[in-house]
Design a binder for this molecule. Structure first.
Ligand code: ZN
Length: 230
């Protein structure tokens, strides 16, 4: 069968293109990652939005990002439960088994999750309604103007960073200096990440920021009371 005959199936075409064009260029890297196992240093928790492309934004390649995505990039409260929770399990796995060195929580502009948190989800979407409550504390008591939505998106990122600190393994590693938390807000139309700066208490465009984000944490205090920065 000739290639031209095979298919109007665009996905199939793309799978074949990956195998024939992309994979050979990176074959050794993939095979090393199989032989040595994965050792990603970053857990990336991002919104599921199709316009958020973690590999492009971070310049990462195979083996560099351990990714969990959900509607809104939300973190469920840590309750030590044995519930079926994918995001919670991913955080535990990334910190306890992969020993990641940083966790990024990445929200973005024009986030449908945040808008829907204001406007309400369809009645049939019972799981979505419950899930969006994870943004409740970030909502503002105003009409959701574009400015209010953007502020809410950013407040939601910080809220999730605070929730992350309730995970015992996260708190422990942050306090011992083995793990850093990064809050990001991606402005799609500008192509720029704004990083949360704990000192300033706001988001700073990456183009003028002095670091890639600092999340809520309690600095490690030496016995003599001196606070150690990283
Ligand atoms: Zn979103």
């Amino acid at each position: 069968m000739k290639d031209t005959e095979v298919s109007t199936d665009e996905l199939l075409t793309r799978l074949r293109r990956f195998h024939s064009d992309y994979f050979p260029l990176h074959q050794q890297r993939f095979q090393d990652l199989v032989a040595e196992g994965q050792h990603p240093k970053t857990l990336f928790i991002g919104c599921s939005d199709s316009r958020l492309v973690p590999y492009l934004l971070t310049g990462a390649g195979p083996g560099e990002l351990f990714i969990v995505r959900n509607v809104g990039a939300f973190i469920p409260p840590y309750d030590g439960s044995h519930g079926l929770h994918g995001t919670m399990a991913a955080i535990e796995f990334a910190v306890l088994s992969l020993h990641v060195e940083r966790i990024i929580v990445c929200g973005h502009s024009h986030c449908g999750a945040i808008r829907t948190a204001y406007e309400g989800a369809p009645a049939e979407a019972v799981a979505l309604q419950a899930w969006l409550k994870l943004a409740d504390e970030a909502l503002l008591p105003v009409q959701p103007s574009p400015e209010a939505l953007r502020r809410t998106e950013q407040r939601a990122v910080v809220l999730q960073l605070e929730r992350l600190m309730d995970y015992p393994m996260v708190r422990r590693n942050v306090e011992s200096g083995q793990l850093t938390l990064h809050g990001w807000h991606y402005v799609i139309e500008d192509g720029e990440i704004h990083v949360f700066d704990l000192q300033q208490g706001n988001f700073v465009p990456a183009s003028i920021a002095s670091h890639s984000g600092t999340g809520p944490y309690h600095p490690y205090v030496e016995h003599d009371g001196q606070i150690l920065d990283d």
